[in-house]
Ligand binder design. Structure first.
Ligand SMILES: C[S@@+](CC[C@H](N)C(=O)[O-])C[C@H]1O[C@@H](n2cnc3c(N)ncnc32)[C@H](O)[C@@H]1O
Length: 245
């Protein structure tokens, strides 16, 4: 198994901490991604359903696909009533022309676009939309930048960098939008956020302990975190949609 595959599969071991810590997606971004009211929508790389829960009520039928059975177990508990299937972007377990929208949150950088784009094109109906979205911590804020620097030491290029946010241009016209917002966090949630990173999941116990101690150091030092929690953790959400002719 190569390093990328090992990291992609690592989410399976951290489904619980992932669900407790990761942010969801703001309503204006979800509405924009869907480009209307789709009848059938596919959440690809759905994980524990952080985006899926916002799709329910915005489409008649929601299908969630992810390679990790444990992420999908969490999803079924949190978002009952959706069809949750084990599968990948490179082999989507749905028939041809069966959905009006495919949305991929925080996961397109894990897929092989050479195989995933034809699969998305196969399952999308004419006039359908592919929506891609990433939440990125806003590192213009000093303590958030310091947190990012702690995590970057282990990331070794496997986080979703801005360079990896590349929508496919072969499918149709590409549009983008940016939305700024904050997630309230406390110490426990920041710890869980660190522990939910794919490269931290695969690190040694000793390294994980060190990282959490460094996060605690940050909490003791930065004036923005001096007051009682919750503290606002600012995010920049970047979204792309590709409208199929
Ligand atoms: C960072 S998580 C994002 C989960 C969820 N969409 C969210 O926004 O919280 C990345 C997800 O991509 C999934 N994944 C990894 N490789 C994939 C692939 N080739 N096709 C589809 N999903 C994949 C992982 O199992 C994981 O659930």
């Amino acid at each position: 198994m190569d390093g990328t595959t090992r990291h992609a599969l690592s989410f399976d071991a951290a489904a619980d901490v992932y669900e407790r810590s990761r942010p969801g997606y703001p309503d204006p971004v979800v509405d924009w991604l869907l480009a209307g009211r789709p009848r059938d929508v596919l959440d690809l790389g759905a994980g524990t359903g952080k985006l899926t829960r916002s799709l329910v009520g915005r489409a008649e039928h929601v299908t969630a696909v992810d390679p990790s059975p444990r992420m999908l177990d969490q999803l079924r508990q949190v978002v009952p009533g959706v069809t949750a299937l084990v599968g990948t972007a490179e082999a989507i377990p749905l028939p041809d022309a069966s959905v009006d929208a495919v949305v991929v949150a925080q996961a397109w950088h894990w897929v092989d676009p050479a195989r995933a784009v034809p699969e998305v094109a196969r399952v999308l109906r004419p006039g359908g939309v592919l929506g891609l979205v990433w939440n990125t911590r806003d590192e213009s804020v000093p303590w958030v930048r310091a947190l990012g620097a702690l995590l970057a030491a282990d990331a070794a290029g496997r986080g979703a960098t801005a360079e990896e946010h590349v929508p496919p241009t072969t499918l149709g016209a590409v549009e983008s939008m940016t939305h700024r917002w904050s997630q309230p966090v406390d110490r426990e949630r920041l710890h869980a956020l660190v522990l939910s990173r794919s490269y931290v999941i695969t690190a040694s116990d000793e390294r994980r302990r060190q990282l959490l101690a460094q996060v605690d150091g940050l909490l003791g030092e930065d004036p923005a975190l001096a007051g009682p929690p919750p503290w606002p953790l600012p995010y920049v959400t970047q979204a792309w949609r590709v409208l199929r002719p």
